[in-house]
Design a protein. Structure first.
Length: 564
């Protein structure tokens, strides 16, 4: 991960508050100088760009401080978790460039230990079996200023609680009839301390443990204890878990287990995007997007399909950094990071998105030339490629105007432009159909200007791209815009719905003409289509029928703000 460390050093100007905490712990010899983090996703959906930031943070801290980072799945709810999600998460982490080595864990690995932890709390008089329904428990919780009402089962004796809990485990009771609750403080202003539920009955098979269990620990009971069992030194969480920390610390004290330190940072919020798993699932289930890997989705699989690179996402995570307050990051910064990466790496190609035929009248009828074109001006080692040139070519419709305004530097009747890597041409005629639409242009070329160079020093201000008509490949271009028209689609008006702000123009499909080198490109490979945008090869591509996703435009609004 040398490349990651170099990216981090470039993007980071000073230590963030988490690094300051870690370095203070190292100076004090805490945890024997160990730094051990973890990335703990729930396998109940696909990861998004916010998770990518957490992945980069947790694995990045381990790399930076010569420590370790575990991959742990907090799989405590079998009704929502699937192996499909586990596999996709592992694939996402690897794709981002990180390796958990042999440290792949699951909360379900600890179900026996967590059960014994629960028994220990019962024996200490710190937990009890409650017969109230979930609705009744909720109704008795009180408010932040009004204490909760005690459960009528709160003072059951230890032996009765042990017996009932064992019978819960044995499957004697139906779903929802009993829970195990911690016995803490009904008057606490922190609602999470008001006798939270630790276990519930669920006669549901688990994707790893099968039918062995019919009681499952709540996330709050499994998450913190799993950190302790793995001896995680720094448990990095997002801000919504700050109010859960007193509960996790209470478990550590009562169970006398390893004291993992929880540190909270602001979650990532991105403009023109929703980051809620529930809302993303709603979009998928309603058919408003084409699955979890739709290139308009903020999921890692969607970003990957769109053409985002691991390096660009790691750079984005570094530039965003970690903060203590929630804020919304402009999606333009994410796009800027992608351009930074692709500009250095992406080969250049010529593609015409709205073809207009040009016939070069004085070019030999049967001549085909192989002209040299630069693959990437930012990479001297990228070399050149051959592009065919012939009598008939395609240019962009927008590169011709019959009655141009002043300072129009593209093709017009009587004007001369440079064909990139080819020749100077001059428009000498226009063909139209019966409706007056331009169907073809007639031009002449200067044979002495091969390679786009002026033989006599004359200046030609306009340069346009092209493809040879007889060699062009038909290509489908999928042009993506923001999925939402509103910058903050989560912040809807009362009675509104975030889906009300879906962008009807978030996807447009163009039938383009591409140079022949793009006939059978490798899926997910990136290109810059000259003068147009960056594109990536979609998985729907077939040999001779390439499909490209527009990854990001060439214009970089963020860079103009001085961000580097």
């Amino acid at each position: 991960m040398t490349d990651y460390l170099e990216e981090s050093a470039e993007a980071r100007r000073s230590l963030n508050f988490i690094e300051q905490i870690i370095e203070e712990d190292l100076r004090n010899g805490k945890n024997d100088g160990r730094v051990h983090t973890r990335f703990p996703p729930e396998p109940n959906g696909y990861l998004h760009i916010g998770h990518a930031k957490s992945i980069c943070l947790n694995f990045g801290l381990a790399i930076r401080y010569n420590g370790k980072c575990n991959l742990r799945f907090d799989d405590t709810n079998p009704t929502k978790e699937e192996q499909e999600y586990v596999d996709s998460i592992k694939d996402n982490v690897r794709w981002l460039g990180f390796d958990w080595e042999d440290r792949e864990f699951y909360a379900s690995d600890y179900f026996d230990t967590l059960y014994e932890f629960a028994v220990k709390l019962i024996m200490k008089g710190k937990a009890y079996v409650c017969d109230l329904s979930a609705e009744e428990i909720s109704n008795m919780r009180g408010t932040p200023s009004v204490p909760a009402s005690p459960s009528p089962y709160r003072n059951r004796g230890v032996e009765e609680n042990l017996d009932l809990f064992r019978r819960m485990k044995a499957g004697e009771f139906p779903d929802g009839t009993r829970t195990l609750r911690a016995k803490i403080d009904l008057a606490s202003p922190n609602m999470h301390m008001r006798d939270p539920v630790l276990y519930r009955i669920m006669h549901t098979a688990h994707h790893r443990t099968g039918d062995r269990w019919c009681i499952y620990p709540m996330y709050d009971f499994a998450h913190g204890q799993s950190d302790s069992l793995e001896c995680i030194t720094h448990s990095i969480c997002t801000l919504e878990f700050e109010v859960h920390r007193p509960l996790y610390d209470w478990f550590i004290r009562e169970l006398e287990i390893f004291p993992s330190r929880q540190i909270e940072f602001a979650r990532l919020n991105l403009s023109y995007t929703v980051m809620s798993k529930r809302k993303l699932l709603e979009l998928v289930n309603a058919g408003l997007v084409n699955g979890w890997d739709d290139p308009r989705m903020p999921t890692i699989s969607g970003l990957r399909r769109r053409g985002y690179t691991p390096a660009s996402i790691r750079l984005f995570a570094d530039k965003v950094g970690v903060a203590k307050r929630d804020n919304v990051i402009d999606i333009a910064l994410l796009e800027h990071c992608l351009r930074e990466d692709l500009n250095k790496k992406a080969p250049r190609r010529m593609v015409v998105t709205k073809p207009l035929k040009v016939i070069i009248d004085n070019y030999p009828e049967d001549l085909v030339e192989e002209l040299d074109a630069i693959n990437n001006p930012e990479d001297p080692e990228a070399g050149t490629r051959k592009v065919p040139f012939s009598k008939e070519i395609w240019i962009e419709q927008d590169d011709f105007m019959e009655a141009p305004p002043k300072k129009y530097f593209r093709l017009a009747p009587g004007t001369e432009v440079r064909l990139r890597y080819a020749y100077f041409i001059t428009c000498v005629g226009v063909e139209k159909d019966d409706a007056g639409n331009i169907t073809c242009l007639h031009c002449t070329y200067d044979p002495a200007s091969r390679g786009g160079n002026s033989p006599d020093g004359r200046k030609v201000q306009g340069t346009i791209h092209w493809v040879s008509a007889s060699h062009a490949v038909a290509a489908e271009l999928r042009v993506y815009e923001h999925l939402f028209t509103r910058e903050d689609p989560d912040n809807v008006d009362e009675g509104g719905d975030f889906k009300d702000y879906l962008n009807p123009d978030s996807l447009k499909v163009l039938q383009a003409r591409a140079e022949p080198s793009l006939d059978s490109p490798e899926v997910l490979s990136n290109f810059q289509f000259e003068r147009i945008a960056y594109f990536s090869v979609d998985q729907d591509s077939k040999p001779g029928q390439p499909v490209f996703n527009r990854t990001v435009t060439l214009k970089d609004s963020w860079a103009k703000q001085g961000v580097r």
